[in-house]
Design a protein around this ligand. Structure first.
Ligand code: MEV
Length: 313
């Protein structure tokens, strides 16, 4: 029997506060970024062909029969089928994404989320955000080893979240919308590798690293209060403080620092690296009146792309 073609999408994400510390039990705040997205489309294929996954951007064509347990797309499909107790369908699932790969915007989690949703829809199931998030968390472990779970959570719920590993998800109320610029360095930010480096550094200097994680947790809690009260002015200095703490964790880079500095000098209220760091992106909190000027300066300073987004609307 031919099943109707289906399609599903998933947004990117940006971490506003708390990256890295969140891996060690501290809170973090993240928001979905809808200007970039992953899309998965599923259509019936000939009888007996099984499931083929085509990732056009990565020039990958995979079948479930392949023994590639390390391949996240196959893992996402297998986990979904097993969660639904469904047999492998005869279908072609095509993935596309406008989210820069390893760019700190959650591309891996978004692609897996779109895939899980599209495959479930094709099999006439509607999964709840919590189910999607749990499945994608398993896939994230293949990418990252020890993910905190924040990427799959914010992407599956598609809402601003205050996240603590192992606790139930708290949706964050944004009292006053605010504008962010996301400046992409164009350099990769391989999360698993960087998280691994931080882990080894913490093993060498546990007291120093745990103190830094505690301080980042405090900044995140203050930021939560500011966001919930609509105190946007308070957020800028908290972003600056979080960036300084990330420098101390040694996850920044000269290019990230330069973009942060450029944003501040041209009128941003605050700026920081976002995500795992080393490469990836910088986020800057801006007033609408200065957004264009700051974005231009970020491009002149080497950002390959600047996304403007409104959080809380
Ligand atoms: C990556 O988006 C955020 C990190 O905190 C890793 C994680 O939380 O799994 C660096």
């Amino acid at each position: 029997m031919k099943t109707k073609p289906t399609q599903a999408t998933a947004p990117g994400k940006a971490i506003l506060f708390g990256e890295h510390a969140v891996v060690y039990g501290q809170p973090a705040i993240a928001v979905p970024i809808t200007q970039v997205q992953a899309t998965a489309a599923v259509e019936s294929a000939s009888r007996g062909s099984g499931l083929t996954i085509v990732a056009s951007d990565l020039q990958k064509r995979l079948t479930l029969a392949e023994d590639s347990r390390k391949e996240p797309l196959i893992a996402a499909a297998r986990l979904t089928l097993s969660h639904l107790s469904a047999p492998e369908p005869d279908a072609t699932l095509t993935i596309r994404s406008t989210i820069p790969i390893a760019g700190g915007l959650g591309s891996g989690a978004a692609v897996a989320t779109a895939l899980v949703r599209a495959l479930a829809n094709f099999l006439s199931h509607r999964l709840k955000p919590a189910e999607v998030s749990a499945l994608v968390f398993e896939v994230e472990k293949i990418h990252h080893g020890t993910p905190s779970g924040i990427d799959n959570t914010v992407i599956a719920y598609e809402q601003p979240v205050y996240f603590v590993h192992g606790k139930s998800v708290e949706r964050l109320t944004v009292k006053e919308p605010f504008t962010l610029l996301i400046a992409d360095t164009g350099r990769p930010s391989p999360t698993g590798k960087i998280v691994g480096r931080v882990r080894r550094a913490r093993q060498r200097e546990p007291a120093r690293y745990d103190a830094l994680f505690d301080q980042i947790g405090d900044v995140t809690d203050e930021a939560r209060r500011a966001i919930e009260m609509g105190d946007i002015e308070a957020m800028g200095p908290l972003m600056d403080e979080n960036h300084e703490l990330l420098i101390e964790l040694r996850v920044s880079s000269p290019q990230l620092d330069e973009l942060v500095e450029t944003a501040r000098l041209t009128g941003a209220m605050g700026a920081k690296l976002s995500g795992a760091g080393r490469g990836g992106n910088v986020i800057a909190l801006v007033e609408d009146s200065t957004a264009a000027e700051v974005a231009e300066a970020l491009k002149e300073a080497g950002a390959v792309q600047v996304i403007r987004t409104k959080v809380g609307r």
